[in-house]
Design a protein around this ligand. Structure first.
Ligand SMILES: *[C@@H]1O[C@H](CO)[C@@H](O)[C@H](O)[C@H]1NC(C)=O
Length: 322
């Protein structure tokens, strides 16, 4: 039965997680393109994790708006804006590669299980993207300075334009055009910006590939989620993880898949007939130490699309009630 398949896949993924996955010939081209993007994911997570912000300089410049304090705030904000620009640009790179991975994993005559067996290198990359997205958004939520810094930057630019004052050193205007600044504002205004990009890219993929039945995409997502759950439910498999973070990695990926499924499937992840075992996922999360699960439970509570709809069974709503 399918359960045995999932468990066999779960076994092979435990091995996969401890290795550098080797792409097959068919995966090679997409794999390399994605790898080229992913090489920046760790540095970006490190940068957002230690993002300090220019709150102090901005407060001083506002309360004491002298030339000196304003210059000081401006020089504190400029390098931060370059950093925010890099984060934003990274999201646009993900937006490009995610549909390519999905195309490989969801199109053609293979069943979802076969895809997940045969294309493990791409599966692993997709999992790494999901992990990145959830981690980035967790840090973003803990860093209100980001929006504060960026809106100070924009206000200052506007003021400079109006006063045609030339005492300020600009970021190269080609670097952050007004149009780019608008897009960055929208991006950072979102509570979970990377997830938004990922779910929109996935929805767009489904829309633009109308020859691929939507179930082929949602089933690949739900089968991946199932395999994650099988791994995490099985103490034997968990004991084979070589690093402790691997368990957390799989938890994040599972939650990311549930959220994505919920955004892409017309009825979402929470209805009774859903192919995603949301109840199993939530129960498993609740068995984890709170430090591990709280952010992920919140992601399910606040970034899914269908949770609060009438078709969601009461017991699932209760399980997820904060
Ligand atoms: C959808 O998936 C089924 C197997 O689950 C496969 O036979 C079919 O060819 C797939 N369709 C497309 C267009 O990829």
């Amino acid at each position: 039965g399918p359960r045995i398949c999932d468990t066999a896949l779960a076994r092979s993924w435990v091995v996969l997680l401890s290795l550098d996955a080797q792409p097959t010939d068919g995966e090679q081209e997409t794999f390399e393109e994605v790898q080229h993007v992913l090489r920046n994911s760790e540095p970006i997570l490190e940068e957002i994790q230690c993002y300090k912000g220019a709150g102090k300089e901005i407060r001083e410049a506002i309360s004491t708006p002298t030339e000196e304090f304003q210059q000081r705030a401006w020089h504190a904000v400029l390098p931060l804006v370059s950093r925010l620009k890099r984060f934003y640009e990274f999201s646009t790179e993900l937006e490009v590669v995610v549909p390519k991975i999905l195309f490989q994993l969801c199109s053609g005559p293979m069943t979802p299980t076969q895809h997940l067996e045969m294309q493990q290198a791409l599966v692993k990359q997709f999992a790494e993207i999901l992990e990145f997205v959830l981690k980035f958004d967790e840090y973003k939520m803990k860093t209100p300075a980001i929006q504060n810094d960026f809106s100070y930057y924009r206000r200052t630019i506007t003021r400079q334009r109006m006063s045609s004052h030339n005492g300020f050193e600009h970021l190269d205007t080609r670097e952050v055009t007004n149009e780019l600044a608008n897009r960055m504002s929208l991006f950072y205004a979102h509570a979970t910006p990377m997830l938004k990009v990922l779910s929109e890219a996935t929805s767009m993929f489904v829309k633009e590939n109308s020859d691929i039945p939507i179930e082929n995409t949602t089933e690949t997502l739900s089968t991946m989620a199932k395999v994650c759950l099988r791994m995490l439910e099985n103490p034997n498999l968990i004991s084979q993880f070589q690093r402790e973070e691997t368990q957390l990695f799989v938890l994040r990926v599972m939650v990311g898949l549930v959220i994505l499924y919920d955004h892409v499937h017309p009825q979402g992840a929470f209805v009774k007939a859903s192919n995603v075992d949301v109840k199993g996922c939530v129960k498993l999360l609740k068995e984890q130490p709170a430090a591990r699960s709280e952010g992920l439970l919140n992601a399910l509570r606040y970034t899914t699309k269908h949770l609060n709809e009438e078709a969601t069974p009461k017991n699932i709503k209760n399980l997820l009630a904060a």
